[in-house]
Design a protein around this ligand. Structure first.
Ligand SMILES: *Cc1c(COP(=O)(O)O)cnc(C)c1O
Ligand SMILES: [Zn+2]
Length: 408
């Protein structure tokens, strides 16, 4: 049974049938999935959700399928970790890590969106999937489409980290490395998508794909004890995740699953690619595209598709935004590892670095609940830290040599 009513233009409100469409013919606004919340309300209670397996489909009525899910049956429901050591290090009272560095199967939050996109693409009858990716999406589409038995074309910028490339090629897709930045890859893919009948998960399937990100927000609210925390810091690339976390909290409120969220949402970007953060700091209405130059490659989108909606989310919730340098990213990655035993990729360094900065600035109060969104795994971006973590002590295999060389 489907709870999806239609697609709707986010700008002019025109409705469209639930087809593989993504842009309004009249105003070129992006399309979004609309649900029958009255019907969902009758079905979806806290108890129903809690009785279901611990994966993102426990919220399936709020996801855009007509039938049962077929992909990502083990994705999502990642830990919300109470970060006691990090609380001490930052001088705050109550801090949590929402840890998608261990999302199944490819260790980033992109497994959520891909689970939904592929399930939907199969409902539409596509046999080929594709994506334009900054790395994590490539990993997830490659892995999950292998399981689904779909043909796949994956497009990435040619300068991605080795971990992201290997983590894609291992699943044997057709991987195309484009000599250019992500924005150029994306433009090329838009052209390809109009010519070939493929399900481009983040282009023509985007309205459905993006809904998967809501589950990150649902889980925070459920795991926090069916309420919303006071502050959530979110890394932004295209600006979709931050928008959808907020949509998820509002939906939970409208369904009576949580009280009205008084959550401030904060955008985190790297200084070398911070179009969303810059717009917030300058109180601008529009996003000025930039040419990315940062070690946080998974966030390196200079012309973010959902930038204006990310902006609106931050404004509406009363949050704020910050950016951090490459050195600050590395420091934050090391801090998270040293305090909580979590090894995050550069995007996670951005988020924690920004959280630290906002706390130091007094923008986030020290005595309220804070959730830091950790969205990817550090083993994929080893280049960023390998020169900054020391080296193993090499010894000969005997005790004398051990005692001579290793301080005790
Ligand atoms: C894609 C990605 C994001 C941000 O996603 P958007 O929805 O495009 O803003 C955040 N963190 C990681 C690790 C990602 O791969
Ligand atoms: Zn429109």
């Amino acid at each position: 049974m489907s709870y999806v009513k239609a697609l709707k233009c986010r700008e002019c409100g025109r409705e469209y049938p639930k087809d593989p469409l993504y842009v309004c013919e009249y105003c070129f606004g992006p399309l979004e999935v609309v649900y029958d919340y009255e019907k969902i309300k009758k079905k979806l209670t806290r108890e129903t959700i809690e009785s279901r397996p611990k994966n993102l489909w426990r919220y399936k009525e709020l996801l855009p399928l007509d039938g049962e899910p077929t992909d990502g049956l083990n994705s999502g429901f990642t830990p919300l970790v109470r970060a006691r050591n990090l609380e001490k290090a930052l001088g705050v009272k109550e801090l949590y890590i929402k840890d998608d560095s261990v999302c199944h199967p490819t260790l980033s939050f992109k497994d959520r969106v891909v689970s939904v996109a592929l399930s939907k693409a199969k409902e539409f009858g596509f046999n080929t999937v594709a994506c334009a990716s900054t790395g994590n999406l490539a990993n997830s589409v490659a892995a999950q489409s292998a399981v689904a038995g779909l043909k796949r074309y994956i497009f990435i910028p040619a300068d991605l980290e080795l971990g992201k490339v290997v983590g894609t090629l291992i699943y044997n897709p057709i991987l195309v490395a484009v000599e250019g930045n992500y924005d150029q890859v994306n433009r090329l893919c838009s052209e390809i998508a109009t010519k070939y009948k493929w399900a481009f998960v983040n282009i023509n399937i985007r309205p459905y794909y993006a809904e998967g990100s809501k589950t990150y927000g649902y889980e925070i609210a459920e795991q926090f004890g069916w309420k919303a925390p006071k502050h959530i810091i979110v890394p932004c690339a295209g600006g979709s995740l931050i928008t959808k976390i907020y949509k998820g909290l509002k939906e939970f409120k409208n369904l009576g699953l949580i009280d009205k969220p008084e959550t401030k949402i904060y955008a985190a970007q790297a200084t070398g690619c911070s179009p969303i953060v810059t717009a917030i700091k300058e109180n601008a209405e529009i996003i000025k595209p930039v040419k990315p130059n940062t070690i946080a490659k998974s966030l390196a989108i200079g012309n973010p598709a959902d930038g204006v909606y990310a902006l609106a989310t931050v404004k509406e919730t009363g949050g704020w935004a910050e950016d951090v340098s490459g050195d600050e990213i590395v420091e934050a990655i090391k801090l998270l590892a040293a305090t909580e035993g979590i090894f995050t990729e550069t995007a996670g360094g951005v988020t924690l670095g920004v959280a630290k900065k906002l706390i130091e600035q007094g923008k986030i109060p020290k005595d309220e609940s804070i959730v830091v969104s950790i969205t990817g795994n550090g083993l994929k971006t080893q280049e960023a830290v390998v020169e900054k973590i020391g080296k193993p002590i090499k010894i000969k295999p005997n005790i004398a040599h051990f005692e001579e060389n290793v301080k005790r």
